[in-house]
Design a binder for this molecule. Sequence first.
Ligand code: NAP
Length: 305
Amino acid sequence: MYDVIIIGGGPAGLTAGLYAARGGLRTLICEEKVFGGQILMSYEVDNYPGFPKGISGMDLMDNFIKQAEKFGVEMNYEGVKSIEDEGKTKYVVLSNDTKLSTKTIIIAAGASPNKLNCPGEKKFTGKGVSYCATCDGAFFRGRPVAVVGGGDSALEEALYLANLASKVYVIHRRDQLRAVKVLQDRAFANKKLEFIFNHVVKEIQGDKFVNGVLIENTQTGELSRLEVEGVFIYIGMTPNTKFVEDLIKLDEDGYIIVNDRMETNIPGIFAAGDIRVTPLRQVLTAASDGAIAASCAQKYIEMNF
Ligand code: NAP
């Protein structure tokens, strides 16, 4: 039996793994895609403390992985189909139907930003296309950028980018924003923001990096091009909680509700990082969550076994 099985190998899962294994717990991390998580998409991370010259998302996560491995974390590349709670013993069912038993589980499977699925989006991710203005906005100081979406996230991040970029186009598919009024008022008052309503992005264009977007007027079908060097996509996020929705308490948007010890509604099952209800989704906050979850899982084991 494992002491802790961590689901997800991003910053939260890898940090939880490091803390758990360093604390002497038999620890497994299951990651179905690639260890490192969403931050791998960031060309450079310059707000993770300790790296004053900045570091690429890939290099940062490589360090996270090496540090977790150093303390003996086991890692596998299996997705998780479901988890089962039988009191003291819990089970993690892998996509290959292997059933593993464990004393505790830390769910750190993250959230995925919704994609536009237009030509150029994948090609230029990390090269002008971003899903995180806080992570990547500073690279666009003095340059024109576009934000796609009309919700709270799009407007909050457009306002953040207005402090850095020379111009921020907000491209929205309707003529009414979804964002709350207070944000709309602030956004309309900001001279750097230009709203392009009733338009959708047909293609993200560029050479090595983004140099423009092709947009279509949804009323007339007319195509036009905006010269921008960054495209920030905020069309909603989907937390990766489908596989636990019958067991774990979620909020109305599907994020896991935890207390300040990262405990879910089920004793011995914790959640950390982007998958939980939280006001900030960053590598730093995910790592912090992972450390708390692992340390509280260890205390849970000491009290119950
Ligand atoms: P959201 O509210 O779901 O808004 C997504 C936006 O993207 C909508 O304007 C939607 O257009 C647009 N959109 C969706 N799919 C699209 C597509 N394929 N192409 C073009 N546009 C598309 O998402 P969110 O802004 O990330 O917010 C998620 C939740 O977090 C919300 O409940 C929000 O209130 C909350 N939030 C709160 C705060 C805060 O309180 N400070 C900050 C951020 C987010 P339509 O409007 O036409 O559907």
